[in-house]
Design a binder for this molecule. Structure first.
Ligand code: SAH
Length: 216
């Protein structure tokens, strides 16, 4: 698992590109400048790791586009020690970013294969979080409430169970929409019964599917 000068150089260029596209949070940019994204991808795609594109990670899933990761991370406004729930562990790249932002990360994945692979892989790079195999629609009631929640797959609607697991004052960032395109939503919980919802542009995610699955 090599992180060469070439990888580091390409990564710096990617981060400069993200800044030029409007990502201004320095902690997010610094985190992405540190994480060897090429190690999160299948060998065949390693040469593309520092392009601003999504790529296949096996089991029919993708590692999100770097701009999308940066955008969602920025919108979350993570502060150190906050408890963050991520829906859709996938390759673990987004979870690594959250960990470097010093969050206490709980990540849930419904694909057994990816769950097993990433639970082993991420700690091998030194990123520690809590991995759960389960259905993101249900969240993690045992570990709730959370300061922040991030959904990294396209949800057809805002999952109510997740809003319930958010602290008052907390923020949830979720791409909402059932088709090929989703609209990024920021859901701020302003009281036990009220939320403020704002939208933040269109993105494209793999779908958030129902329940856990042993195969696809
Ligand atoms: N955060 C990931 C993105 C992976 S793509 C990364 O940085 O690589 C989205 C992931 O969401 C896929 O791995 C998919 O299996 C998972 N997913 C889809 N529906 C889900 C659900 N209901 N609960 C948990 N994970 C889900």
């Amino acid at each position: 698992m090599v992180d060469s000068f070439r990888h580091k150089g390409l990564r710096k260029q990617l981060v400069e590109h993200l800044a030029s596209k409007g990502i201004s949070n320095l902690e997010v940019l610094n985190a992405m400048n540190k994480i060897p994204r090429h190690l999160f991808m299948d060998n065949a795609f390693v040469n593309f790791a520092y392009q601003d594109k999504a790529f296949p990670i096996g089991s029919g899933q993708t590692i999100s586009q770097p701009y999308t990761v940066a955008f969602q991370s920025q919108l979350l406004q993570i502060k150190p020690y906050e408890k963050v729930l991520e829906v859709g562990t996938g390759s673990g790249y987004q979870a690594a970013v959250l960990t470097l932002l010093e969050a206490d990360v709980y990540t849930i994945e419904r694909q057994r294969e990816l769950f097993v692979k990433t639970k082993k892989f991420l700690p091998s790079l030194g990123y520690k979080c809590m991995f759960v195999y389960g259905d993101g629609y249900k969240g993690m009631p045992n570990f709730a409430p959370f300061d922040k929640i991030i959904i990294t797959c396209g949800a057809p609607f805002i999952p109510e169970d997740l809003v319930a697991q958010l602290k008052v004052g907390g923020r949830m960032v979720a791409p909402i929409g059932g088709g090929d395109e989703q609209v990024m939503h920021l859901i701020e919980k302003i009281s036990d019964t009220e939320t403020r919802i704002t939208t933040h542009g269109e993105f494209s995610f793999v779908p958030m599917l129902n329940d856990k699955n042993n195969g696809n």
